[in-house]
Write a protein that binds this ligand. Sequence first.
Ligand code: AMP
Length: 190
Amino acid sequence: MKFIILIGPPGAGKGTQAKLLEESLGLPQVSTGDLFRYNLKNATELGKLAQTYMDKGELVPDSVTVAMVKERLARPDAANGAILDGFPRTTVQADVLDALLAEMGGHIAVVPHIVVDREELVQRLLKRAQIEGRADDSEDTIRTRMRVYEEQTKPLLDYYAQRGLVVEVNGQQCVETVQQDLRRVITQAA
Ligand code: AMP
């Protein structure tokens, strides 16, 4: 059971790249953002709970997120592992993931860090707001999401770097080149 954890700020292209990796790796993309948006669209209890946090660009509480991920990873398509996109995002979530993987007999193969500079990210997110109309791509929310990333998610890079798992990938290249780099990094780690 092999897990790839994509880490990068909002707008780095994690979702795009994870989708492209699905087929070549034969592992499903597990995106907590997508799972929350699905629940929101279907007005489930979980969706209603997540909405207030998502609208503000804040993180949904760990307990809620962790329960959702556990349920997702128990599905048959994740029997060989997954490409994690947007999870873990806090050190608490990373600890829970470690415990879960120990229980399931899984391991983290590599943690690609998709690096994109701040100016480029804001431009990309504003553009995405126009195209996809994602409610959390407004300017204020983008600022909050960037801050949340810096404060809560970036520390994870140290956490995984200490285990020698982090490899930087330049996210400021075209989609195809980023994909090639990711595949190389993942193959080398396997
Ligand atoms: P994303 O599509 O990954 O940018 O996620 C969109 C929003 O969903 C985030 O701004 C959070 O409100 C919520 N979210 C996604 N993943 C997580 C997570 N691992 N922990 C807490 N909240 C999350």
